[in-house]
Ligand binder design. Sequence first.
Ligand code: EPZ
Length: 416
Amino acid sequence: MNSFEIIGGNRLTGELEIDTSKNATLPIIAGSILSDETVVIKNIPMISDALKMLDILKQMGSSVVLEGNNAIINNSSLEHFEIPKELESEIRSSIFMLGPLLARHKKARVAYPGGCDIGSRPIDLHLSGLKSLGVKVEETHGYINCETERMKCGIVHLDFPSVGATENIMMASVLSKGRTTILNAAREPEIVDLARFINSMGGKIYGAGTSTIEIQGVKKLHGTEFRPMSDRIVAGTFMIGTAMTKGKVRLTNCNSEHVYSLITKLHNSGCKVEVNSDNIYIECNKRPTSCQSIETQPYPGFPTDLQAQMVALETISSGTSIVTENLFETRFKHVPELAKMGANVWVKGRMVFIVGKRNLHGAEVSAGDLRGGAALVLAGLAARGTTIVSNAHFVDRGYENLDEKLLALGANIKRS
Ligand code: EPZ
């Protein structure tokens, strides 16, 4: 059951409510460590990365109860400050626990993080930021030991607007005595959501969503009930799938502002896109025109997490395209797999060159990472014949019941 079997050619039509964001939920689960009172995170996406993060908290001694999609967490019993290696190695986002563990307990021990194989995924910006706030960092035998007498305040400048480093440093600073400033902070909406979550616990974070974030330390954070934002990458994935199948889909519970870079691209490729306060309608009646050039950038630029899906779209669009991946050096595992489906696509350095063709054909392909796997599913929807996408577990990391959702929109897809 670790594959998707797709018979291509059906249009996606209908309406779909977008789930809660993986990339907002994961740091928020870690951020719950900042309080020893009960924290309820509502409408958690039932995806493996989120469930694994909750497992890590449980293994560290916290109380975690899932009631439907609501996670009821109490970290007052958290007594281990080492993230279990067997869980840590599977998901990179466990690194988000560094900051809150240091803020609450002044120590943390993590293994070098795992995650999708899309690049080296260093954490030098996380560690240099924490060091500048008085944290002693020792790296031995693949583990990182962090300790501090007291988190200091100060100014942290990030060489690159790293999402994870911004989130870790923000969380490390919320209980410090004084004011910390992050310069060249990442501006992703998930950071705004994390700040909203922490402020709902009594934190004082200002400027999230801009390049300068100010954190005024407070003595203590109380419990909260919080529903994270919806998943802009899941929304974008379905928008691209609609374009690829010449469908008509309304996506609800999504914020069009978060996907405006994609909306612009799809509009220019000939799709009709209507945006409303909390929903997006997309319709595509003819073969899309190629976007010609797409460059992934930090938010609000075009998101790297939609790069693979856009490459899939471009393989069947009319014209040629160059897609440049500026954030992760090897986020191209989907390219040779798309070529197996007949796509004219190849990688040179950080660029993907594509000569669109009217149809792909079904093939047996394998997912190599989360978003690349989703891109292969989209290609299968548009291809002639049957496509088998193996390693579906990669896709399950970030998409809840992707096959069921696509089936409900008219796709011919099943797990096999
Ligand atoms: C977050 O990863 C997301 N993950 C990623 O989504 C997303 O692709 C990425 O941000 C960029 O938007 C979560 O939020 C859980 P970064 P993160 O630190 O924090 C370099 C998905 O598919 N860098 O912003 O790991 C790094 O090598 C996932 O949902 C350093 O050099 O991303 C990369 O080139 C994949 N040193 C760039 O920054 C560091 O210390 C962006 O990384 C940290 C990062």
